[in-house]
Design a protein around this ligand. Structure first.
Ligand code: FES
Length: 261
């Protein structure tokens, strides 16, 4: 386990009207694709975030304004300091198949982009979903990998008017997909899980649950009924491990109460 450190923000990049990428002055990041870090803002709190890019000089975190913590995070400027610990959890396994498909909704592409960029030789297809044209992120990075990108938007302002899972069955048939990697809104991931289970295609899903400790101590991220910990056993899980769980039905909030997906 890496220790806690305080790092400086060396730059901020606007990705969409509601999404920023923070460049952190953090060197020598050793992580598996899909692992996460706990970010800490003094007086505000601590939350898990996936890394959206790293090199020998820096690492990047991509943030959407979705609540008080992410709002504060988004407002940080170049030169500000932030606390960070990690990386934690288990990431994606490198694709074994020849024709992987990545299914991403909203910021779901964030924990998968490094995997895609790190396995450029694979003939990947990416189904990239966003609410609107303005909210599409990382399309240029995806294109640079040589992947076949299929864009869908909720309102039809770019690509096809659809949700990502609605394209999946057609893509599986057309591209002979032999592995699937998925992250995004859980209702969408639940539909992807149904499709891959029916077609018996190996798949991995990156899950999000309320996390307090991030290291397997508090139990706040446990999945019913198995007790699998998203912070330690995940956040990336094989389809087989989550298909008979709470996944796709409900999750727990900070008080431990169930909220429907
Ligand atoms: S966040 Fe504490 S056990 Fe997972």
């Amino acid at each position: 386990m890496d220790t806690f450190e305080t790092v400086k923000i060396s730059g901020v990049r606007k990705e969409t009207p509601t999404v920023n990428t923070l460049v952190l002055d953090k060197r020598s990041c050793r992580m598996e694709y899909g692992q996460f870090y706990m970010l800490w803002i003094p007086g505000v709190g601590e939350k898990p975030y996936a890394c959206s890019g790293a090199n020998e000089k820096s690492m990047e975190i991509t943030v959407k304004h979705a609540g008080p913590f992410s709002g504060k995070l988004q407002n940080l400027k170049k030169g500000d300091l932030i606390g960070i610990r990690g990386p934690y959890g288990k990431g994606y396994f490198t694709p074994k198949g020849k024709n992987p498909c990545y299914v991403a909704g909203g910021l779901g592409i964030v924990p998968m982009i490094s995997l895609l960029e790190g396995t450029k030789g694979k003939k990947a297809t990416v189904i990239l979903g966003a609410k609107t044209k303005e909210e599409i992120i990382f399309a240029d990075r995806i294109k640079k990998t040589g992947a076949d990108i299929r864009i869908v938007t909720d309102d039809g302002s770019a690509g096809i008017k659809a949700f990502p899972h609605q394209l999946l069955s057609g893509v599986i048939k057309e591209k002979k997909i032999d592995s699937v990697y998925c992250c995004g809104p859980e209702a969408m991931m639940r539909e992807v899980l149904k499709i891959v289970s029916e077609k018996k295609i190996p798949a991995q899903f990156s899950l999000e649950r309320y996390m307090k400790c991030g290291i397997g101590l508090c139990g706040s991220c446990a999945l019913d009924p198995s007790g699998l910990l998203v912070c330690k056993d995940g956040p990336v899980f094989d389809a087989e491990r989550i298909k008979d769980s709470e996944f796709g039905s409900y999750k727990r909030d900070s008080a431990g109460s169930k909220t429907r997906i």
